[in-house]
Design a protein around this ligand. Structure first.
Ligand code: BDR
Ligand code: CA
Length: 314
């Protein structure tokens, strides 16, 4: 579907992934003008990620949204080794969804991003909830890409807390630190990071999950079934009652449903050394800093997520 006028349009670059699935459900429920979904190797490989996205879109009756297959772990990048224990081997908690519709586009995610930037220019807003491999490929050929699109919001980084895949690195950055380094060195109209420092304070409880189940919709029941795996994965950390809303929070910040209260603007650096700090993100505050790292927001993401699903499916 082509969106006319001067309104914003969004592209979700993701690695579904259980919290990616929640982010997608949320974006669809609020009728976000989504001009495409792209996959990238992260929680699963890129082909599986695209397949998962197609299946999720069909589940939510939006099989019309084009899905592109992204880059599969170039040299130095990898599918996150720990991901299967959090997202299941198929990325969706072992839940098998019916296949997506057949008529998906054949262009790759980097090609799709280039083409969307030509079509929509600064109306295009990218939400990246996986490793930044696709974006790095686009920037390698077209260093000015970030200045021509409206914004990019990245779920990623660990600035003042330990990483979640190594003591230093957060999963999306750790999967492809070289790509993340190129992204932060590039110029952007607006580049925002929603790091785990913040997302680990936005939890979705079993009670929240029950509130979604109580909406009594088959597609939401399936989503809750997928999410069950995530509770088990976080059992030790949160005693099984909570999961973090990493990707939904980045999506909610990107669309403006949660408003940034405090943030630091500065320059982000990503460690690309082969040592133990590989993937570490560091923020240096500068007055003319171009990158925003979000510290606090005005609402709990769980509330926004439940209210949005309820408004759409009640
Ligand atoms: C990020 O890593 C992935 O496992 C999640 O989907 C999220 O995007 C959190 O560190
Ligand atoms: Ca993700």
């Amino acid at each position: 579907m082509m969106y006319d006028g001067d309104s914003r349009v969004f592209f979700l670059d993701c690695d579904p992934g259980i919290d990616d699935a929640l982010a997608l459900a949320y974006l669809l429920a609020r009728r976000t003008p989504l001009v495409g979904v792209g996959s990238v190797a992260g929680n699963v490989d890129a082909a599986r990620g695209a397949e998962n996205a197609r299946r999720l879109l069909r589940l939510f009756d939006r099989g019309d949204i084009p899905v592109s297959v992204g880059i599969d772990a170039p040299d130095g990048a990898h599918v996150d080794d720990t991901a299967a224990s959090f997202h299941g081997r198929n990325g969706l908690g072992g839940v098998s969804l019916p296949p997506g519709l057949d008529d998906v586009g054949s262009s790759s995610t980097p090609d799709t991003l280039r083409s969307l930037a030509r079509t929509y220019g600064d109306r295009l807003h990218i939400i990246a909830t996986g490793p930044l491999t696709n974006l790095a490929q686009v920037l390698a050929d077209d260093p000015d890409f970030g200045n021509r699109v409206g914004s990019m919001t990245v779920m990623g980084g660990a600035f003042s807390v330990p990483g979640n895949v190594t003591p230093w690195a957060e999963a999306n950055i750790a999967s492809d630190p070289t790509a993340a380094a190129l992204v932060v060195q590039s110029d952007w109209n607006r580049l925002t990071f929603v790091p785990i420092d913040l997302t680990y304070t936005h939890l979705f409880s079993r009670k929240d999950q029950t509130a979604v189940r109580d909406l009594d919709r088959p597609e939401l029941e399936t989503l809750c079934h997928i999410v069950d795996f995530y509770y088990n994965a976080y059992q030790d950390r949160f005693l099984g009652r909570y999961i973090p809303l990493h990707d939904p929070l980045a999506a909610a910040v990107a669309v403006g449903d949660v408003v940034v209260e405090t943030a630091t603007r500065g320059q982000v650096t990503v460690c690309v050394d082969r040592g133990e700090r590989r993937g570490q993100t560091t923020l240096s505050h500068t007055t003319d800093g171009k990158i925003t790292v979000v510290s606090t927001v005005d609402r709990q993401c769980a509330r926004v997520l439940i209210d949005t699903l309820a408004a759409h499916w009640r």
